[in-house]
Design a protein around this ligand. Structure first.
Ligand code: GUN
Length: 295
């Protein structure tokens, strides 16, 4: 079997088009313009690219955006003061603090200072807690993007054996929780593997849907999956540079070999990444609607 490729760029574009129409409607009907503030502290090159992309997406869709590029020397107190100002600003419905933050700043202190109603990343414990008990909340963008990739590719999750490799707070744990919910586009049997799992291949070979966020290239090889599996590769690993100086990116899955056994697979780049960005836009619109009492 050779896998069909799940095209994240195409699906994200379809979602962006739906969101663009919704934004036009919100503006025309209610005079409501969703607003997103992005904060980047320091000069991490990958983070700079991500934040730039998020700002560009906002502008393309008609979302009002404010961008704060702060020096790496910014103190935690200064950053908290900015978050507080944005919490009070009625034009800003969503606040995104790009992580990682510099060492001298405690990430959790800053993320927890964001008003949960403006937490469009879905990282605040209030939103993660609501996710766990199945209440409406902002879903973290990458896990929500993964669910949308599955749903919009017509992949049945109900009763499926889903195996997640990786237990991060940003991807592994929330995606497991999302797919566990007794809801449409979920309702799966979920197993989470991690660094202390004794025999990862034992679990991955049983997967109907395999979600990999392990953080290293070729963490999943062809002998670790069954024929007909659906593979979602969340990894982004820079393994070198092209002659023209561009980063060479690969995921966590041995794509060339695994695609020969899989039913469907996401590429890297062009799989999960664009979906994360689209879900941030969706959460920002949700935040604006909530602030305006429209939900
Ligand atoms: N760093 C890597 N991914 C993310 C993300 O989705 N949100 C934020 N705020 N920082 C990140």
């Amino acid at each position: 079997m050779t896998a069909s490729i799940i095209n994240g760029n195409e699906i994200a574009q379809q979602i962006r088009e739906e969101l663009r129409r919704e934004i036009v409607n919100l503006k025309e009907t209610y005079g409501l313009v969703p607003g997103l503030a992005t904060i980047l502290v320091g000069e991490d090159p990958a983070s700079q690219i991500y934040v730039r992309q998020k700002e560009k997406d906002s502008q393309t869709l008609g979302i009002y955006s404010e961008r704060y590029d702060l020096p790496a020397s910014t103190s935690e107190t200064e950053l908290l003061a900015l978050v507080d100002r944005l919490n009070q600003n009625p034009k800003i419905h969503g606040i995104l603090v790009q992580i990682p933050l510099p060492q001298h700043i405690t990430e959790s202190t800053v993320l927890y200072a964001i008003n949960p109603d403006k937490d469009v990343d879905g990282f605040h414990p209030v939103n993660l807690g609501k996710l766990m008990i199945g209440e409406p909340c902002y879903l973290p963008c990458t896990p929500h993007g993964i669910q949308q990739l599955l749903v919009r590719s017509g992949i049945e999750t109900e009763g499926a054996e889903v195996v997640v490799v990786g237990r991060s707070n940003i991807v592994g744990k929330p995606v497991a929780n999302i797919l566990l919910q007794k809801k449409k586009g979920a309702n799966a049997t979920v197993t989470v593997c991690h660094t202390a799992t004794r025999d990862i291949a034992f679990h991955t070979k049983r997967a109907d849907i395999l979600i990999v966020a392990a953080g290293r290239p070729k963490a999943i090889t062809a002998d670790m999956v069954k024929e007909g599996v659906v593979v979602i590769d969340v990894g982004i690993n820079r393994i070198g540079k092209t002659t023209s100086g561009k980063d060479i990116l690969v995921g966590d899955v041995d794509f060339a070999a695994v695609k020969e056994k899989a039913r469907a697979i996401t590429p890297v780049p062009g799989g999960v990444g664009p979906m994360t960005r689209a879900m941030l836009m969706l959460n920002t619109i949700q935040a604006a609607k909530m602030a305006a009492g429209l939900t």
